[in-house]
Design a protein around this ligand. Structure first.
Ligand code: PGA
Length: 241
């Protein structure tokens, strides 16, 4: 795994942007695997700035997002589809028809997982952007998720519900289930870019880089990926220096 340690969040976001920009520059029809959460926001701001200042076009770019809360759709400002439009898609020239995310409101959740897995087989990510949970999760693949998993429904752990509750008015409002790309679907990306910042990610980053490769730490599976880069700030890198 390639590791880039930066002095702060701003620098982490710039380094991440350089890597994403390289992919777009070499293939104007690239498939970008994208993530939600606070970690990639700086990356998205850099992408927007570059689009506005340098005209980098996303017209032929396709995207696949990692996950979505079960029960939420664009009508909820807590949904991940809303997040992506608000924080990235509405500010670049991407065709929304080329953006993909699980349908949180799907009537048949099992069928929706199957649909998304099939889609991912066709839209293989040229790069997959990831954050990491304080418990080592990637997307909503919580500890114990099989490495061979496809898109599935998860019951969120108490620690993830607590981490995410800061974005909701009340902790009771955080959905208890989500759709997520499985670890197998993440691992089949051609390139992985995982980002982490802040002290509360230091343990997870240790597990990602130096821990045993084990389903107890989902992110550790990335040690097996042939082209994975971690960009993290000095605080998140505290235990791997
Ligand atoms: P965060 O979430 O970017 O909001 O810290 C990361 C994650 O839980 O995967």
């Amino acid at each position: 795994m390639k590791i880039i340690i930066t002095k702060d969040y701003e620098e982490m976001s710039k380094e991440a942007f350089k890597i994403v920009k390289d992919v777009i520059s070499s293939n104007s029809e690239a498939v970008l695997g994208l993530a939600t959460g606070s970690t990639p926001l700086g990356l998205y701001q850099n992408m927007i700035k570059d689009h506005k200042e340098n005209g980098t076009s996303y017209k032929k770019i396709k995207t696949v997002n990692l996950d979505e809360y079960a029960g939420l759709d664009y009508s909820s400002d807590q949904s991940y589809v809303y997040f992506m439009r608000h924080n990235l898609f509405d500010h670049i020239d991407i065709d929304l028809a080329n953006t993909n995310i699980e349908d949180g409101k799907a009537a048949d959740r099992i069928k929706e997982c199957e649909r998304y897995t099939k889609l991912l087989d066709i839209l293989k990510q040229d790069i997959q952007v990831l954050g990491i949970g304080s418990n080592g999760h990637i997307a909503f693949n919580e500890p114990g998720t099989p490495f061979g998993s496809d898109t599935h429904i998860v019951d969120l752990t108490e620690s993830t519900i607590k981490d995410n509750s800061r974005l909701f008015e009340r902790i009771e409002d955080v959905p208890r289930q989500a759709f997520t790309m499985g670890l197998k679907n993440i691992m089949h990306a051609k390139k992985i870019l995982i980002l982490a910042n802040g002290k509360n990610k230091a343990n997870a980053v240790y597990g990602l880089v130096k821990g045993e490769v084990s389903e107890a730490c989902p992110a550790s599976v990335l040690q097996l990926h042939p082209d994975c880069t971690l960009v993290c700030d000095i605080e998140a890198a505290e235990l791997i220096k």
